[in-house]
Design a protein around this ligand. Structure first.
Ligand code: ZN
Length: 154
């Protein structure tokens, strides 16, 4: 499975990952995250469910589960090197480089999961300050508080 500039390969983070097969500059489009856009939220998920439906704009979900969407293999990471940018006029979401990306580097982005979604989805990105759950960056302080308060006090 590959598209120009990317390939799906086994990942140290989880399952298959999306890897660059060439360099990308900051702001460069890497691959489209293709799928069906919907104004209807996807069904609630349970433990272990894979999520390919992402909220790409407020109230707009994109279901990228289709096999021909190679970008669905991109893993989440706490410090991603790419972001998903919704091109409204074209109706296409693009994985876009946030940092310079080397050939053979794994491409990651922030899945933007809610607190509820994050509880079922451990993060294994390997960052020293990994929050341990797949969750949207702005929600991480809230998750840290939640985890602290749900632990028994000593
Ligand atoms: Zn992480």
């Amino acid at each position: 499975m590959s598209a120009a500039g990317v390939a799906a390969r086994p990942s140290p983070i989880a399952g298959l990952g999306l890897f660059a097969t060439r360099e990308f500059a900051v702001g460069e489009r890497i691959a489209p995250y293709s799928g069906q856009a919907s104004r209807v939220p996807p069904p609630a998920v349970g433990p272990g469910d894979k999520i390919y439906a992402l909220e790409i704009a407020p109230g707009l979900w994109l279901d990228g589960a289709s096999e021909d969407n190679v970008a669905r293999h991109a893993n989440h990471a706490c410090h991603p090197n790419a972001e998903l940018i919704w091109d409204e006029p074209a109706g296409v979401a693009w994985l876009t480089a946030l940092t310079p990306i080397r050939a053979d580097e794994e491409i990651t982005f922030d899945y933007g999961f809610s607190l509820a979604e994050s509880l079922f989805h451990p993060c294994a990105c390997g960052a020293p300050d990994c929050v341990g759950r797949i969750i949207a960056t702005p929600l991480r302080p809230a998750l840290r508080r939640h985890l602290r308060f749900s632990r028994p006090r000593d």
